[in-house]
Design a protein around this ligand. Sequence first.
Ligand SMILES: Cc1cc2nc3c(=O)[nH]c(=O)nc-3n(C[C@H](O)[C@H](O)[C@H](O)COP(=O)(O)O)c2cc1C
Length: 195
Amino acid sequence: MTSTVRLLFFAGSSRTGSYNQKLAELGAKIAEANGIASTFADIGDYPMPLYNGDDEATSGPPENAYKFKELMAAHTGIFIASPEYNSSITPLLKNTLDWVSRVREPGPSGAEVYKTRVFALGSASPGGMGGLRSLTTVRQVLELGLGALVLPDQFAVPRAKDAFGADGHLHNKESQEIFKALIQKLARAAHVLHG
Ligand SMILES: Cc1cc2nc3c(=O)[nH]c(=O)nc-3n(C[C@H](O)[C@H](O)[C@H](O)COP(=O)(O)O)c2cc1C
């Protein structure tokens, strides 16, 4: 596909050995192997204080919120691998999404970036449901809260402890093909939106 499509992959966990980071890294690898330019990012490299309106009023968003907004803006499609915490989104992911939504200039605002990128969601969990329930919340934040376009398809890796091989690929080849199809769909959607 000759286009400006660039996909960003990141996870809502910065834990060492995070299964969701493994999923996001695998996504970037699959995209590259299929000729789709992609970036994997660790949101742990963009630490931000817990959102507080007083801090924002005094100092504005933290520097890393600007940096992460720029990273998102440099990509046309974004895949988020979301861990499930008590059937919901992680504080780390919500805090990151919230701070980015508060960034205004320079360049497009965070709000504009959310509205002009296409998203796809996945999750990985040691449990049997693969963290799927967290995605309802993530989808709500992105679609209803931020006006983003989120693909209806989503991908889950249950029993994540045993799901990844040493090379980062999924042992279950059928499952990996489903993931690949989602990534290709994300790239097509980004192409339609951005050329
Ligand atoms: C506070 C908390 C709540 C959790 N709740 C769930 C849950 O509702 N469903 C689930 O499948 N796993 C749950 N887990 C387990 C996580 O899926 C597991 O820690 C996973 O490894 C987190 O993702 P990561 O590997 O990407 O860091 C929870 C973990 C924590 C710390």
